[in-house]
Write a protein that binds this ligand. Sequence first.
Ligand SMILES: Nc1ncnc2c1ncn2[C@@H]1O[C@H](COP(=O)(O)OP(=O)(O)OP(=O)(O)O)[C@@H](O)[C@H]1O
Length: 267
Amino acid sequence: MKPIHPDKKNIVLRTEDLSIGYHHKNNLEVIAADINLKLYEGELVGLVGANGIGKSTLLRTLSNVQPALHGEIYLSDKEINSYKSVDLASQLSIVLTEKIASKNITVQELVALGRHPYTNWIGKLTDEDIDKVSKAIEVTHITEIINKRCFELSDGQLQKVLIARAIAQDTPFILLDEPTTHLDVYHKAYILKLLKRLAFETQKTILFSTHEIDFAIQLCDKMIVMNTKGFEFGRPKELIQCRAFSSLFPEDLILFDAKTGSYKVRN
Ligand SMILES: Nc1ncnc2c1ncn2[C@@H]1O[C@H](COP(=O)(O)OP(=O)(O)OP(=O)(O)O)[C@@H](O)[C@H]1O
Protein backbone atom coordinates (compact mmCIF):
# COMPACT_ATOMS: atom_id res chain seq x y z
CA MET A 1 0.00 0.00 0.00
CA LYS A 2 1.33 3.45 -0.95
CA PRO A 3 1.55 6.02 1.85
CA ILE A 4 -1.15 8.73 1.60
CA HIS A 5 0.10 12.30 1.44
CA PRO A 6 -0.38 13.85 4.93
CA ASP A 7 -2.49 16.74 3.52
CA LYS A 8 -5.03 14.23 2.19
CA LYS A 9 -5.43 12.41 5.50
CA ASN A 10 -8.44 12.96 7.75
CA ILE A 11 -8.21 13.99 11.37
CA VAL A 12 -9.48 11.12 13.53
CA LEU A 13 -9.08 12.66 16.99
CA ARG A 14 -8.87 16.34 17.92
CA THR A 15 -8.76 17.98 21.33
CA GLU A 16 -9.38 21.63 22.13
CA ASP A 17 -7.94 23.15 25.32
CA LEU A 18 -8.35 19.84 27.09
CA SER A 19 -7.57 19.60 30.81
CA ILE A 20 -7.37 16.21 32.49
CA GLY A 21 -7.35 15.24 36.15
CA TYR A 22 -9.50 14.40 39.15
CA HIS A 23 -12.06 15.90 41.52
CA HIS A 24 -11.12 15.54 45.19
CA LYS A 25 -14.05 16.65 47.36
CA ASN A 26 -13.98 20.45 46.75
CA ASN A 27 -10.64 20.49 44.94
CA LEU A 28 -9.58 19.85 41.39
CA GLU A 29 -6.31 18.02 40.78
CA VAL A 30 -5.24 19.13 37.30
CA ILE A 31 -2.83 16.56 35.85
CA ALA A 32 -2.30 18.34 32.51
CA ALA A 33 -3.93 21.35 30.81
CA ASP A 34 -4.08 23.09 27.40
CA ILE A 35 -3.85 19.82 25.49
CA ASN A 36 -4.42 20.56 21.81
CA LEU A 37 -3.85 17.46 19.71
CA LYS A 38 -4.65 16.42 16.16
CA LEU A 39 -4.19 12.77 15.30
CA TYR A 40 -4.55 11.76 11.64
CA GLU A 41 -5.59 8.45 10.08
CA GLY A 42 -2.80 5.93 9.61
CA GLU A 43 -0.61 7.37 12.39
CA LEU A 44 1.11 5.37 15.09
CA VAL A 45 1.50 7.69 18.08
CA GLY A 46 3.48 6.82 21.23
CA LEU A 47 2.74 8.48 24.57
CA VAL A 48 5.68 8.60 26.97
CA GLY A 49 6.51 10.19 30.32
CA ALA A 50 7.71 9.38 33.82
CA ASN A 51 5.69 7.24 36.26
CA GLY A 52 2.63 9.08 37.57
CA ILE A 53 2.83 11.91 35.01
CA GLY A 54 -0.67 11.22 33.64
CA LYS A 55 -0.46 8.90 30.62
CA SER A 56 -3.26 6.56 31.74
CA THR A 57 -5.35 9.56 32.83
CA LEU A 58 -4.98 11.02 29.33
CA LEU A 59 -5.87 7.72 27.62
CA ARG A 60 -8.90 7.22 29.90
CA THR A 61 -10.08 10.77 29.18
CA LEU A 62 -9.60 10.44 25.40
CA SER A 63 -11.65 7.23 25.45
CA ASN A 64 -14.43 8.82 27.55
CA VAL A 65 -13.83 6.37 30.42
CA GLN A 66 -13.39 9.40 32.69
CA PRO A 67 -14.64 12.96 32.12
CA ALA A 68 -12.39 15.83 31.04
CA LEU A 69 -12.00 18.66 33.56
CA HIS A 70 -12.27 21.20 30.75
CA GLY A 71 -12.21 21.39 26.95
CA GLU A 72 -13.46 19.23 24.12
CA ILE A 73 -12.58 15.95 22.44
CA TYR A 74 -13.76 15.33 18.87
CA LEU A 75 -13.68 11.82 17.46
CA SER A 76 -14.24 11.65 13.69
CA ASP A 77 -15.46 15.27 13.92
CA LYS A 78 -18.15 14.54 16.52
CA GLU A 79 -17.92 15.56 20.18
CA ILE A 80 -17.12 12.38 22.15
CA ASN A 81 -19.87 12.93 24.75
CA SER A 82 -22.53 13.02 22.06
CA TYR A 83 -21.93 9.38 21.01
CA LYS A 84 -24.27 6.63 22.18
CA SER A 85 -22.09 3.95 23.79
CA VAL A 86 -22.72 1.41 20.99
CA ASP A 87 -21.76 4.02 18.36
CA LEU A 88 -18.64 4.95 20.32
CA ALA A 89 -17.65 1.26 20.34
CA SER A 90 -17.69 1.29 16.54
CA GLN A 91 -15.33 4.29 16.49
CA LEU A 92 -12.92 3.52 19.30
CA SER A 93 -11.40 0.38 20.82
CA ILE A 94 -9.40 0.31 24.03
CA VAL A 95 -6.78 -2.21 25.15
CA LEU A 96 -6.12 -1.81 28.86
CA THR A 97 -3.86 -3.91 31.04
CA GLU A 98 -6.94 -5.10 32.91
CA LYS A 99 -7.63 -8.66 33.95
CA ILE A 100 -10.13 -10.49 31.73
CA ALA A 101 -13.41 -10.93 33.62
CA SER A 102 -13.90 -14.51 32.43
CA LYS A 103 -10.60 -16.19 31.68
CA ASN A 104 -12.48 -19.43 31.04
CA ILE A 105 -13.50 -18.38 27.53
CA THR A 106 -11.38 -19.40 24.55
CA VAL A 107 -9.11 -17.11 22.58
CA GLN A 108 -11.49 -17.38 19.60
CA GLU A 109 -14.45 -16.35 21.79
CA LEU A 110 -12.56 -13.42 23.30
CA VAL A 111 -11.53 -12.08 19.89
CA ALA A 112 -15.14 -12.51 18.65
CA LEU A 113 -16.29 -10.26 21.54
CA GLY A 114 -14.69 -7.44 19.55
CA ARG A 115 -17.65 -7.75 17.15
CA HIS A 116 -20.13 -7.07 19.99
CA PRO A 117 -20.97 -3.48 18.84
CA TYR A 118 -22.14 -4.83 15.46
CA THR A 119 -24.00 -8.02 16.40
CA ASN A 120 -27.75 -8.32 17.08
CA TRP A 121 -29.21 -8.70 20.58
CA ILE A 122 -28.44 -12.43 20.77
CA GLY A 123 -24.86 -11.75 19.64
CA LYS A 124 -25.10 -13.85 16.45
CA LEU A 125 -22.10 -13.34 14.18
CA THR A 126 -22.70 -12.66 10.48
CA ASP A 127 -20.33 -13.86 7.72
CA GLU A 128 -18.71 -10.41 7.79
CA ASP A 129 -18.15 -10.67 11.57
CA ILE A 130 -16.60 -14.14 11.19
CA ASP A 131 -14.35 -12.85 8.42
CA LYS A 132 -13.14 -9.90 10.56
CA VAL A 133 -12.43 -12.20 13.52
CA SER A 134 -10.42 -14.57 11.26
CA LYS A 135 -8.42 -11.68 9.80
CA ALA A 136 -7.65 -10.27 13.27
CA ILE A 137 -6.43 -13.72 14.37
CA GLU A 138 -4.30 -14.02 11.25
CA VAL A 139 -2.56 -10.61 11.43
CA THR A 140 -1.73 -11.02 15.09
CA HIS A 141 -0.24 -14.49 14.45
CA ILE A 142 -2.33 -16.24 17.14
CA THR A 143 -3.84 -18.97 14.92
CA GLU A 144 -2.09 -21.72 16.89
CA ILE A 145 -3.67 -20.73 20.20
CA ILE A 146 -7.30 -19.99 19.23
CA ASN A 147 -8.69 -23.00 21.08
CA LYS A 148 -6.78 -22.32 24.30
CA ARG A 149 -8.67 -20.91 27.25
CA CYS A 150 -7.52 -17.46 28.30
CA PHE A 151 -6.28 -18.64 31.73
CA GLU A 152 -3.80 -20.88 29.89
CA LEU A 153 -2.09 -17.98 28.11
CA SER A 154 1.20 -16.30 28.94
CA ASP A 155 1.06 -12.52 29.50
CA GLY A 156 2.57 -11.94 26.07
CA GLN A 157 0.06 -14.23 24.34
CA LEU A 158 -2.82 -12.57 26.20
CA GLN A 159 -1.53 -9.17 25.11
CA LYS A 160 -1.63 -10.27 21.46
CA VAL A 161 -5.14 -11.70 21.92
CA LEU A 162 -6.40 -8.40 23.39
CA ILE A 163 -4.89 -6.57 20.43
CA ALA A 164 -6.63 -9.05 18.11
CA ARG A 165 -9.94 -8.28 19.85
CA ALA A 166 -9.37 -4.55 19.22
CA ILE A 167 -8.55 -5.26 15.55
CA ALA A 168 -11.72 -7.37 15.18
CA GLN A 169 -13.65 -4.42 16.59
CA ASP A 170 -12.40 -2.65 13.45
CA THR A 171 -12.55 0.93 14.69
CA PRO A 172 -10.74 3.86 13.08
CA PHE A 173 -9.08 4.68 16.44
CA ILE A 174 -7.32 2.21 18.79
CA LEU A 175 -5.97 3.17 22.21
CA LEU A 176 -3.62 0.91 24.18
CA ASP A 177 -2.32 1.46 27.70
CA GLU A 178 1.20 -0.02 27.99
CA PRO A 179 0.64 -2.90 25.52
CA THR A 180 4.17 -4.24 26.02
CA THR A 181 4.37 -4.46 29.82
CA HIS A 182 5.59 -7.89 30.96
CA LEU A 183 6.85 -8.81 27.48
CA ASP A 184 10.43 -9.84 26.76
CA VAL A 185 12.45 -7.52 24.56
CA TYR A 186 11.74 -9.56 21.41
CA HIS A 187 7.98 -9.53 21.98
CA LYS A 188 8.02 -5.83 22.88
CA ALA A 189 9.51 -5.12 19.45
CA TYR A 190 7.12 -7.65 17.86
CA ILE A 191 3.98 -6.00 19.27
CA LEU A 192 5.15 -2.49 18.42
CA LYS A 193 6.05 -3.53 14.87
CA LEU A 194 2.63 -5.18 14.57
CA LEU A 195 0.96 -1.90 15.62
CA LYS A 196 3.11 -0.01 13.12
CA ARG A 197 2.12 -2.42 10.33
CA LEU A 198 -1.56 -2.17 11.27
CA ALA A 199 -1.55 1.62 11.26
CA PHE A 200 0.11 1.63 7.86
CA GLU A 201 -1.83 -1.18 6.18
CA THR A 202 -5.29 -0.43 7.57
CA GLN A 203 -4.88 3.36 8.02
CA LYS A 204 -6.13 3.12 11.60
CA THR A 205 -4.94 5.69 14.12
CA ILE A 206 -3.19 3.96 17.00
CA LEU A 207 -2.23 5.72 20.23
CA PHE A 208 -0.37 3.77 22.91
CA SER A 209 1.42 4.60 26.14
CA THR A 210 4.79 3.03 26.78
CA HIS A 211 7.99 3.09 28.80
CA GLU A 212 9.89 1.70 25.77
CA ILE A 213 11.02 5.15 24.70
CA ASP A 214 13.83 3.97 22.40
CA PHE A 215 11.54 1.56 20.51
CA ALA A 216 8.84 4.25 20.26
CA ILE A 217 11.39 6.70 18.81
CA GLN A 218 12.32 4.12 16.17
CA LEU A 219 8.78 3.11 15.21
CA CYS A 220 6.28 5.91 15.86
CA ASP A 221 5.13 8.47 13.32
CA LYS A 222 4.56 10.93 16.15
CA MET A 223 5.01 11.00 19.92
CA ILE A 224 3.48 12.81 22.87
CA VAL A 225 6.04 13.50 25.59
CA MET A 226 4.39 14.37 28.91
CA ASN A 227 6.53 16.19 31.46
CA THR A 228 6.01 18.30 34.56
CA LYS A 229 5.70 21.50 32.49
CA GLY A 230 3.09 20.13 30.08
CA PHE A 231 3.65 18.11 26.96
CA GLU A 232 5.43 18.15 23.60
CA PHE A 233 3.94 16.60 20.46
CA GLY A 234 5.63 15.92 17.14
CA ARG A 235 7.73 13.56 15.05
CA PRO A 236 10.42 11.71 17.04
CA LYS A 237 13.21 13.49 15.14
CA GLU A 238 11.75 16.93 15.93
CA LEU A 239 11.34 15.96 19.58
CA ILE A 240 14.97 14.83 19.78
CA GLN A 241 16.04 18.15 18.25
CA CYS A 242 14.05 20.19 20.77
CA ARG A 243 15.53 18.08 23.62
CA ALA A 244 12.10 16.79 24.75
CA PHE A 245 13.60 13.44 25.83
CA SER A 246 16.57 15.05 27.60
CA SER A 247 14.33 16.92 30.02
CA LEU A 248 12.05 13.97 30.72
CA PHE A 249 13.99 12.62 33.72
CA PRO A 250 16.45 14.14 36.23
CA GLU A 251 19.92 13.98 34.65
CA ASP A 252 21.77 12.78 37.74
CA LEU A 253 21.49 9.10 36.72
CA ILE A 254 20.69 8.83 33.04
CA LEU A 255 21.38 10.98 29.97
CA PHE A 256 19.58 10.94 26.64
CA ASP A 257 21.91 10.23 23.73
CA ALA A 258 20.49 12.06 20.68
CA LYS A 259 22.69 10.06 18.28
CA THR A 260 21.32 6.65 19.27
CA GLY A 261 17.89 7.85 20.47
CA SER A 262 18.30 6.04 23.79
CA TYR A 263 19.19 6.66 27.42
CA LYS A 264 22.65 5.89 28.82
CA VAL A 265 23.56 5.41 32.46
CA ARG A 266 26.00 8.06 33.73
CA ASN A 267 29.42 6.72 34.73
N1 LIG B 1 -8.54 7.32 40.26
C1 LIG B 1 -7.68 8.29 40.63
N2 LIG B 1 -8.07 9.26 41.51
C2 LIG B 1 -7.24 10.24 41.86
N3 LIG B 1 -5.97 10.39 41.40
C3 LIG B 1 -5.54 9.47 40.52
C4 LIG B 1 -6.36 8.37 40.09
N4 LIG B 1 -5.65 7.63 39.20
C5 LIG B 1 -4.44 8.22 39.09
N5 LIG B 1 -4.38 9.32 39.87
C6 LIG B 1 -3.22 10.24 40.01
O1 LIG B 1 -3.04 10.89 38.75
C7 LIG B 1 -1.65 11.03 38.47
C8 LIG B 1 -1.36 10.41 37.11
O2 LIG B 1 -1.55 9.00 37.19
P1 LIG B 1 -1.53 8.08 35.89
O3 LIG B 1 -1.90 6.71 36.30
O4 LIG B 1 -2.32 8.73 34.83
O5 LIG B 1 0.03 8.16 35.50
P2 LIG B 1 0.88 7.32 34.44
O6 LIG B 1 1.70 8.31 33.68
O7 LIG B 1 -0.01 6.44 33.65
O8 LIG B 1 1.82 6.48 35.40
P3 LIG B 1 2.62 5.07 35.21
O9 LIG B 1 3.68 5.29 34.19
O10 LIG B 1 3.20 4.87 36.57
O11 LIG B 1 1.60 4.03 34.82
C9 LIG B 1 -0.89 10.36 39.63
O12 LIG B 1 -0.48 11.37 40.52
C10 LIG B 1 -1.93 9.47 40.28
O13 LIG B 1 -1.71 9.36 41.65
